[in-house]
Design a protein around this ligand. Structure first.
Ligand code: TPP
Length: 629
């Protein structure tokens, strides 16, 4: 079967159940093969093959709006809408995006990457539709994990109130990344076992219509049965109480069951929720039997054995360095507790969880709650460590401002995946945190140049008792430097001169330190003596050293793998302005636009954050001052 011929999902309307099943099988094979080379979100996509086919068969995309929450499960949708031939480039530079992307197809009506936005977006689209007197369906497809996100719950509450016509597809595979958490998860479990609630309800509705005599005994009895249903059908009532008509549970791998329920939904006014049960990883044994959800997002693997093909690299993962260091500190200080919003695997906290199950809180996809919960713990003298990705911390900005920094509480943050993250692309780049944290009073913000310094920074953070402190670190592996056994605190706000020089200064930190050192070596060969400073505290800056540098009146180059606006270079400029210095200065960093997916080195090249450009900028700065026009 040539899957690349699929250009418009309309062709599905002619297919029989048998033909759909055959197509599903081919799609699964295709995904298992292609992702074994490129990597990607295998588990979630294998789980929604039949569901996506059923949705595209029933609805008319793009007239009807299919909205994929998180969007990591949109691969089949991409295949059906003419992008099958691009899967060799999945998540690569200039290749097919791993999430919905409007520029790729008119069928991608909503872009995602972060979780739990689909219901709010759907409500907006439904409100717009009604105001414009249009008739299209609006269909958010949301996982049981994403449903635990605060935004999703806010939207559920509002949608039920507005009574707009919406068809919510709840894709329940009992997994978030790894296990799902919380009462909602348990409630869904009860619904799964409650049987075909909608069928019973439907049956009674049907009977009611057939009973002609109002006031007749049979009618009264039927009325009573219908009324009492809410007591024994409690599970589905959760959504009904929210104002939705609940259909389910539906077998998400059974085309007949899916279509039947989509038909029911079509005939129902107001918001509808179809509870679809799917199996994450379906059809690929290693993924299907994986209880820990290690197949949620994968790199390349061997198809036969499911063995992951990892590039040979003995350097430790940054996340592991951090979680090991927190574990070591927790050994000595029983006030230490770790909070993670659904990222035990990504933040490499399994070992910590095993050792200290009572001191590890996985709060689900709930970044805002994670941060304010940490603040609450801190008021009680605990030392919470919030392990959170830079991109997801964006969700908890007000909690940082209002709860943590304003109350000056001793909360430590491990901001993972800071800087460019690569394959996940635009929605996941960790490039804004400096700009949205640097201006917060009381907060200390730092970034290590290598994993040894990183573990000392964790120690510094956990022993800091003067307010909030955040340590940002990149995605991937460290540099492989020797690790010291004994931890020590790094003096807050103290930078480190790595290379002495008299002609010019580079101020940088984190991932760009190595590049600066290497560039300075080359410049030295050409007779330019550049000083390289590890500006490891982004806030507070080393003002003593800065005064000393500015007084030398030599050119200053700042380099950061972070958005330039409001970044570290801006902080240095602010310092100069405040103290009436006028240095010849240049800032290198990420420009004012969103950076797409791709290999990080390629992305750095695209935006000009390269060693060659450091040398170029430095040579430019070293030229005698020219007057501007
Ligand atoms: N926090 C936010 C705001 N967005 C995210 N994308 C994540 C965390 C990381 N994340 C991506 S998918 C996912 C998480 C936590 C789990 C989603 O679970 P579910 O909705 O059930 O989808 P499944 O993968 O199980 O199909």
């Amino acid at each position: 079967m040539d899957l690349t011929k699929m250009k418009d999902p309309k062709f599905l309307k002619q297919l029989s159940v048998e033909e759909l099943e055959e197509l599903a099988m081919h799609i699964r094979q295709f995904l298992i093969e292609k992702l074994s080379v490129t990597g990607g979100h295998l588990g979630a996509n294998l789980g929604v093959v039949e569901l996506t086919l059923a949705l595209h068969k029933h609805f008319n995309s793009p007239y009807d709006k299919l909205i994929f929450d998180v969007g990591h499960q949109s691969y089949i949708h991409k295949m059906l809408t003419g992008r099958t031939d691009q899967f060799d480039t999945l998540r690569q530079y200039k290749g097919l995006c791993g999430f919905p992307k409007m520029s790729e197809s008119e069928h991608d009506v909503w872009e995602t990457g972060h979780s739990s936005t689909s219901l709010s977006a759907a409500m907006g689209m439904a409100a717009a539709r009604d105001l414009k007197n249009e008739k299209n369906a609006v269909v958010p497809i949301i996982g049981d994990g994403a449903l635990t996100g605060g935004m999703a719950l806010e939207a559920l509450n509002h949608i039920g109130h507005e009574k707009k016509k919406l068809t919510v597809i709840l894709n329940d595979n009992e997994m978030s990344i790894a296990g799902n958490v919380g009462a909602l998860h348990k409630a869904l479990g009860r619904m799964r076992s409650a049987g075909k609630y909608n069928r019973v309800k439907d049956e009674i509705e049907y009977l009611m219509k057939r009973i002609p005599a109002v006031g007749g005994k049979i009618a009264q009895t039927a009325e009573r049965v219908k009324d009492s249903m809410k007591y024994f059908m409690v599970p589905g009532m959760l959504f009904e109480e929210f104002g939705f008509t609940y259909f389910g549970p539906v077998d998400g791998h059974d085309f007949k069951d899916l279509e039947e329920n989509l038909q029911y939904a079509a005939k129902t006014d107001g918001p509808v929720l179809i509870h679809v049960i799917t199996k994450k990883g379906k059809g690929y044994q290693p993924a299907e039997t994986d209880k820990k959800d290690k197949w949620h997002g994968v790199g390349p693997y061997k198809i036969d054995s499911g063995e992951k093909i990892k590039p040979v690299d003995n350097k430790p993962a940054w996340s592991q360095v951090v979680s090991d260091a927190v574990e070591k500190v927790a050994e000595l200080d029983n006030r230490v507790a770790v909070i993670t919003p659904a990222m035990i695997l990504g933040s490499k906290l399994e070992k910590f969880q095993k050792r200290y199950p009572d001191r590890l809180f996985d709060v689900g996809i709930a970044e805002q709650h994670a941060v304010t919960m940490a603040a609450g713990m801190a008021t009680q003298g605990m030392k919470p460590f919030v392990a959170i990705y830079s991109t997801f911390l964006q969700r908890a900005y007000d909690q940082m401002v209002h709860d943590v920094c304003r109350q000056n509480l001793n909360v430590a943050f491990g901001i993972d995946r800071s800087g460019l993250v690569g394959a996940d692309g635009e929605t996941h780049q960790g490039v804004f945190d400096i700009s949205f944290l640097r201006h917060l009073p009381n907060l200390v913000l730092m970034m290590p140049k290598d994993e040894n310094e990183c573990q000392h920074m964790v120690y510094t953070a956990m022993n800091y008792n003067d307010g909030p402190i955040a340590l940002r670190f990149p995605r991937g592996n460290g540099l492989g430097v020797p690790m010291e056994e004994e931890f020590h605190s790094i003096p807050i706000g103290k930078w480190e001169v790595l290379e002495k020089g008299t002609d010019a200064v580079i101020l940088t930190f984190g991932t760009t330190v190595e590049m600066a050192l290497s560039a300075s070596k080359k410049l030295k060969k050409n007779g330019v003596n550049v000083e390289v400073v590890n500006a490891r505290f982004i806030k507070p800056m080393d003002t003593e050293m800065l005064h000393e540098i500015m007084k030398r009146n030599i050119p200053v180059l700042t380099i950061e793998e972070s958005i330039l606006q409001g970044g570290f270079g801006s902080a240095v400029l602010e310092f100069a302005e405040e103290h009436n210095y006028y240095p010849k200065m240049k800032r290198m960093g990420i420009p004012d636009r969103f950076i797409e997916h791709g290999n990080v080195d390629k992305l750095l090249e695209e935006i000009g954050l390269t060693e060659d450009n450091v040398i170029k900028e430095m040579n430019y700065l070293m030229q005698p001052q020219k007057n501007n026009k």
